[in-house]
Design a binder for this molecule. Sequence first.
Ligand code: YNC
Ligand code: MG
Length: 397
Amino acid sequence: AYKFWQTQPVPKFGEDAKKLVEGPLKIQTVEEIDTNPQPLVAGFEWVSVDLTDDDEMKEVYELLNGHYVEDDEALFRFNYTPEVLRWAMMPPGWESKYHIGVRASQSRKLVAFISAIPVKIRVRSKSFLSSEVNFLCVHKKLRGKRLAPVLIKEVTRISNLNGIWQGLYTAGIVLPRPVSTCRYFHRAINWPKLHECGFSPLPAGSKPQFQIRKYALPDATATRGLRPMEDGDVDAVLKLLTRYLAKFDIAPEMTAEEARHWFLPEKGGRQCIWSYVVEDNDKKITDFFSFFCVESSIIKNNSVLRVAYLFYYATETGLGESVDRAALKTRLNALINDALVLAKKAKMEVFNALTLMDNGLFLEQQKFGAGDGQLHFYLFNYRANPIRGGVDKHNQL
Ligand code: YNC
Ligand code: MG
């Protein structure tokens, strides 16, 4: 098992039972790294995809739309639109050499893809640069031919040539070896649609109108001082978020430029990120939350589901030496309820959140239900003690 992964600098299952010093597993220098990619099987070639070119963006969109991640029952498949792909793959520091494609030499068809973006991450007290790898995808007709390891080695090679030795990635499947594991929770917004497409079963003994009533939301938000985040809020939001994230064992370290990219919609483009702040009477930003939208295709009838994903949030209530957990719980429930109201206004049909950060304080009260999907978090070439699961622990991603 794990013929490929057992050759890679990742921890194996069963080893490192004791607390270990955290850090890189394998040290190399740029001089040791191949300056050329591994050859592909005959008939295929490497390309770097230019995502600033609308036609090339469309090719990536179409590959992913037809062949990217599906749920276990194959009811849904992610439909990452060009707007979302631009947001996800072109943050500050992006380079097209990290948008790696494989084309069929004759037809020029794009048949596989993998990408990375540079991120600085902190694990407990140590920070390091890493490549965050995403959108690994192989055309369904080329599955099971060991192309994925070749793509992974290529993104590693390019990272290494750039002096980046660590990786960060998530997957629904179990690989050696998760640093943390989360569960997806879902909060229905448009229950009839979710029921109709097979996402939300009718619970035994219930009736559709009971479900609709259960998930009803107020028309307006309730938090005083809540407003959309603006350009001028970036520094204050980043400062608040950095302080909030300090209590978690693993978190990104963002620059102001990155925070602007991740939290503010791009001008002129279709919006895929929504961010809000709470400003008190003294114009101080006391709270922040954000969510983004990734549609899912409903495979059986070619329609889409608008799915919101809770992104970062922070509140002054959760800061300080001795956090008042009851006050934090009250505040987060108020904020997330407003997030649900705003998501509904933005035409979201379901709102997803993972069991990480302080989400355990509101998931139940806000009527999220546990899904069957898990998300495993992985570090490449970095030995780290496990970051425990359990949503109400102060030790999550
Ligand atoms: C996966 N998702 O275990 P072993 S997530 C990593 N992540 O290797 P083949 C994966 N490895 O077990 P196929 C993986 N899925 O023999 C499979 N593998 O050691 C491993 N699906 O390769 C697998 N996208 O080519 C096995 O498999 C080997 O043809 C088998 O292709 C796999 O983006 C795949 O789920 C996933 O498109 C491409 O099934 C294909 O099946 C597909 O024979 C639908 O591969 C879409 C999908 C994955 C989404 C994602 C994160 C990817 C992270 C990759 C690892 C990055 C490491 C860090 C590198 C930078 C380091 C620096 C510096
Ligand atoms: Mg393959």
